[in-house]
Design a protein around this ligand. Structure first.
Ligand code: FES
Ligand code: FES
Length: 870
């Protein structure tokens, strides 16, 4: 089909498939990549927004044939001065994080401001309704609209400190390029001769694979290669911790979930690859799946895990909880249940593999892999083993991703893409559809938690007893660590010497569950904070006072036995929200949170960085951690600026495997903590040279290596070496949040006070907390991924329950700085704890409002959930 249209002011014609969408025409045929594909053909995320004859349209939902003769405008065609305005507006307000949703929103901004140069907050939020942003909570996006409105009127924005020093709100690294869709994501990369990949997934959560017939797929015109388990030259099973996840399920094996890969296809275009992948014939013997974690542990249950269905048992036992409960003045008991949720980052999984050394910098490379993963060195380890290559022959380059939240720790399609490139000898790009993404990547664990908690007559905790069972799904991922973290955080940020906690991670045929922002601590806090409210009622004190009486302070022992020596700002956060809580009695709920920074629990942890002075006078900052919207690259530059006194504009950041800098996953609120310390280490060496009078041009070619190692933590449930103090984690963040409802029971405001150690970049820090609260409200009220027989019941992203712009309440962020002595300039993690207290604070507010205690997430039966306009 030939489609002729006016595109960005020029008359163009394209030969496209009859069923092609306008988005396909733009991205695959016109080479225009500012419209992003977050959900095609659903038309529900807004990332692909374009203007058709002046009207905003989601290009994925417009058939290309309907655009014939139309005037189509993308950001590429917006006049340069206006592009500058939108880039400036988002950069200066920190209105973007991962940036994947932003080009669509920037074009929306244009259309809104063209019609109404000075819209109100409510008008902007209403216009943003078709857009899904998983990162920001929309608050700073609305600010960006107002900033753009001012700039378009010729009014300058307030001056900003661009020095890059710690404590200033330096613009996000590459903010303008991201806003305008100029900074490519993996799905935007193109290489000469590139093929397109697609995968065949199992439709059955549990089925014996009798036969895989790829003959039809291979014969499909345009198909270059079809690969299956038989073609894997190395280790077919991989995993973050256990190698139990097959890159392909082989004939004679059982599928474990509906994201299992049976075959992969490389073809001349994505449409052909998908059609061929769908034509792979698989003969299944369908078997009943195991979908209930408790039943999976029963005698005779079908085996899902390699050694049985119990993946792990984490235990925390201190003091005598049973005896303490018997002698407690008050005891409460209950069962709390949390749900499976979808990360719903707006950028689906993608990978590009290019034979040889695509960067021209790594002569040993036999394959170059462009990944969006949260741990490029783990990706390299797993893919190299899968291909049977030495690790140094695989070069991995991070392309900062469009959101991850833990869901891109596990490999998605890296191994299959790499195999297709090896099989064809050509570059291959494989991008998952939204449905495939939802089927394939690990989710947040549903955990059932039975608690008994006691306190004395004054409300001081005497004992916490808990039994948890988490559904880890088909493969281990890091499920054992998530349940370990839930067990460790089971007593919350409170003093309690009698603790008896057991947490089981269990294999089932549900989608795997692994890392997601908060990593098991969210679930535990929903329960312990609920129990605290029940105890407060018995004691006759309010929720604030109950927490104040138990809150950890410097010098206290945490419930797992670690003595906290410094940077315990919990009471400061409680004081910061006290007035808001008291002024809104009867409709306010309060909850606290603690979240570890760093893996700890006996793990050795490194931060590694290099500063390389280039011939052109710039400095390249190499780092091993992943940028996924949290602002890591920006704050690393700020650390380098602070130490060297050089301006931020000097620094460029790269993340790849060129240097031996393995640092593990970007997880556990550790990237700023360890990566930052390593940058400071390298920057101090550079500063010494600069102080000796040498200039950057004179230092060209010099490499400054920074490294820190943390190796003083103890495995949970173990005793430290003799003479050493118990130390489970390197550091902890603390928070208190108050959720306030309006007269109708709708969430009207959240006050979030967070001890961040040091706010390296206050605006980015605020943005992390606002985005977390947004995610936490969805977790509390509306988000859930329901599965039947292991298969999600819907793949529509609106059905996932993520809060939209119009339902986002006011969020007041209060940054408390209680510096972490060994943190980079006192900083500690902020990316995860933001939503840890949110769901229990909502539950408490609802109880204050209608007297109903809620034990199950999401609280869809509540007035706050019913008030959502979704
Ligand atoms: S609305 Fe088109 S990709 Fe999401
Ligand atoms: S910035 Fe909106 S999805 Fe990441």
């Amino acid at each position: 089909m030939y489609v002729e249209l006016t595109l960005n002011g020029g008359r163009r014609g394209f030969e496209v498939p009859d069923a092609a969408s306008l988005l396909e025409l733009l991205r695959d045929h016109a080479g225009i990549t500012s419209p992003k594909d977050g959900c095609s053909p659903q038309g529900q995320c807004g990332a692909c927004l374009v203007l058709v004859d002046g009207h905003p349209k989601t290009a994925c939902a417009v058939p290309a044939k309907n655009a014939a003769g139309a005037n189509v405008l993308t950001l590429e065609g917006v006049p340069e001065e206006e592009r500058r305005v939108y880039g400036e507006a988002f950069a200066r307000t920190s209105g973007l994080q991962c940036g994947f949703c932003i080009p669509g929103i920037a074009l929306r901004m244009k259309s809104v401001l063209d019609a109404n140069p000075d819209p109100t907050d409510e008008e902007i939020k209403k216009k943003l309704d078709p857009h899904l942003c998983r990162c920001t909570g929309y608050i700073k996006i609305v600010e960006a609209f107002h900033a753009a409105s001012r700039l378009r009127r010729g009014e300058p924005l307030p001056p900003t400190d661009a020095s890059g020093r710690v404590g200033t709100s330096l613009d996000r690294y590459e903010a303008r390029e991201l806003t305008l869709g100029m900074r490519p994501y993996v799905c935007d990369l193109v290489f000469p001769g590139m093929l397109h990949g697609a995968v065949t997934l199992s439709p059955h959560a549990r089925a014996m694979v009798r036969r895989i017939d790829t003959s039809k797929a291979s014969a499909h015109p345009g198909v270059v290669a079809v690969v299956t388990a038989k073609d894997v030259p190395g280790k077919r099973f991989y995993g973050l911790i256990l190698d139990d996840w097959p890159g392909f399920v082989a004939e004679g094996e059982e599928t474990h979930f509906v994201g299992d890969v049976l075959a992969a296809v490389a073809a001349v275009d994505a449409r052909t690859a998908r059609a061929a992948a769908a034509s792979v014939e698989v003969e299944y013997e369908v078997r009943p799946p195991v979908t209930d974690a408790e039943k999976a542990l029963e005698e005779g249950a079908p085996r899902v895990g390699p050694e049985g269905n119990l993946l792990s048992r984490s235990v925390v036992r201190r003091g005598d909880a049973e005896a303490a409960l018997v002698s407690s003045a008050h005891v409460v008991e209950g069962t709390w249940q949390t749900q499976r949720i979808e990360h719903l980052y707006i950028e689906p999984e993608a990978c590009v593999a290019v034979p040889g050394d695509a960067t021209g910098e790594n002569p040993k490379a036999r394959l170059t892999l462009y990944t969006q993963g949260q741990g490029i060195f783990d990706d390299r380890r797993q893919v190299a083993a899968f291909l049977g290559l030495p690790e140094e022959e695989l070069h991995v380059v991070l392309v900062p991703n469009g959101g991850a939240f833990g869901g891109k720790e596990d490999m998605s399609v890296q191994a299959q893409t790499a195999l297709l490139a090896r099989a064809t000898g050509r570059p291959v790009r494989l991008v998952l559809s939204r449905e495939e993404s939802m089927r394939l990547h690990p989710k947040r664990h549903p955990i059932r938690m039975h608690y008994r908690v006691g306190c004395d007559a004054e409300g001081r905790l005497t004992a916490v007893w808990a039994r948890m069972i988490g559904d880890s799904g088909a493969y281990a991922s890091c499920g054992m660590k998530v349940l370990e973290r839930a067990a460790g955080h089971a007593a919350g940020p409170y003093r309690c010497v009698n603790v008896d906690v057991e947490a089981l991670a269990v294999y089932t045929n549900n989608p795997p569950c692994g890392a997601m922002r908060g990593f098991g601590t969210n679930q535990a806090h929903f329960a312990i904070e609920g129990a605290l409210d029940m105890l407060a009622e018995k004691v006759g004190i309010d929720g604030w006072e109950m927490r104040w009486r138990n809150a950890l302070e410097a010098g206290d022992e945490w419930s797992c036995g670690q003595r906290l020596t410094a940077s315990v700002g919990l009471k400061k956060t409680l004081l910061a929200v006290k007035a808001a809580y008291e002024e809104n009695r009867g409709r306010a709920g309060i909850a606290c949170g603690i979240k570890n920074c760093g893996l700890g629990n006996g793990a050795k942890e490194w931060g590694r960085a290099r500063l390389v002075v280039e011939d052109d006078g710039t400095v390249t900052l190499y780092n091993g951690f992943t940028e996924m919207g949290q602002g890591l690259l920006t704050v690393l530059i700020q650390f380098a600026c602070e130490v060297t006194n050089l301006p931020a504009s000097v620094f460029r950041v790269r993340v790849d495997t060129r240097f031996p800098m393995s640092v593990g996953q970007t997880t556990g609120s550790r990237a700023t903590f360890f990566g930052g310390r390593a940058v400071i280490d390298a920057a101090r060496k550079m500063k010494a040279d600069l102080d000796s009078g040498r200039t950057l041009p004179e230092l060209a070619g010099t490499v400054y290596v920074g490294e820190v190692l943390q190796d003083d933590t103890t495995k949970l449930g173990h005793e430290p070496p003799a003479g050493k103090p118990m130390k489970l984690h390197p550091a902890f963040s603390f928070a208190t949040q108050v959720v306030i409802l309006n007269d109708a029971g709708r969430v009207a405001k959240v006050v979030a006070a967070h001890d961040v150690g040091r706010a390296v970049n206050p605006k980015l820090c605020e943005g992390q907390i606002e985005g977390s609260v947004h995610m936490g409200l969805g977790y509390a009220l509306s988000e859930e991924m329901v599965c039947v027989d292991g298969m999600p019941t819907t793949f529509r992203i609106r059905d996932m329950g993520v809060i939209r712009s119009r339902d986002m309440p006011e969020v007041e962020v209060i940054l408390v700085e209680d510096p972490q002595p060994d943190g980079p300039f006192g900083a500690k993690g902020v990316g995860e704890i933001g939503l840890v207290p949110t769901a229990p604070a909502v539950a408490a507010a609802l109880h204050a409002f209608d007297g109903v205690r809620r034990f199950t997430l999401p609280m869809k039966d509540s007035p706050a959930a019913r008030a959502l306009k979704r």
